[in-house]
Ligand binder design. Structure first.
Ligand SMILES: O=P(O)(O)OC[C@H]1O[C@H](OP(=O)(O)OP(=O)(O)O)[C@H](O)[C@@H]1O
Ligand SMILES: O=c1cc[nH]c(=O)[nH]1
Length: 166
């Protein structure tokens, strides 16, 4: 399979996408329930596309960041048996210290997934997390929507979603 069209986010000095400016931008999305068919592009239903979509497998890794130490703890993982032969999209909306994502990538690598076949898809990243990740996994690509200014005093991304109870 050829390389997917993604860009490397390798350094906080050269982030991909707009840097987050508090007060100036908020990461919002609007999803309309009223579909205007004129604007919908239906992909051709080629056998190749259907085969691609139905071949996707979902794996799970449960990692929780300890709120006091900020260190991640691995609780559970269940991954496709043939994961070493696949491209992996690693999904987590928040990328703060990078500890949780690093642990997840270590799990994937321990299953034989090469670094350059992992794409980490993320919503808000900290410069600290990106730097740490890029040093440790130079072959791995990160695709993010926002690069925050810096971590706060709890080592949280500053503009993350409000904390949920529970
Ligand atoms: O880059 P890090 O410093 O490791 O922090 C980022 C992690 O923290 C958040 O999860 P958290 O463990 O807080 O779980 P929860 O919010 O789903 O309870 C987030 O979803 C990441 O997994
Ligand atoms: O930035 C972070 C990291 C962990 N948990 C959060 O709620 N925010």
């Amino acid at each position: 399979m050829s390389q997917p069209p993604v860009t490397k986010a390798m350094s906080p000095a050269n982030p991909v996408g707009p840097a987050y400016r508090p007060g100036a931008q908020k990461p919002t999305a609007t999803v309309s329930t009223a579909i205007k068919y004129d604007n919908v592009h239906i992909l051709p239903q080629s056998p190749q596309l259907i085969a691609l979509l139905t071949s996707v497998r979902i794996g799970k890794i449960l990692i929780q960041r300890d709120e006091d130490t900020t260190k991640p703890r691995l609780f559970y993982e269940k991954l496709p048996e043939d994961i070493a032969e696949r491209w992996v999209l690693l999904l987590d909306p928040m990328f703060a210290t990078g500890g949780s994502a690093t642990m997840a990538v270590d799990v994937l690598k321990s299953k034989g997934v090469p670094e350059d076949r992992i794409l980490f898809l993320n919503v808000i990243a900290s410069p600290e997390g990106i730097t740490r990740f890029a040093d440790r996994f130079p072959g791995l690509r990160v695709v993010t929507a926002f690069v925050d200014q810096c971590l706060d005093d709890k080592k949280y991304v500053r503009n993350g979603p409000p904390e949920q109870p529970g």
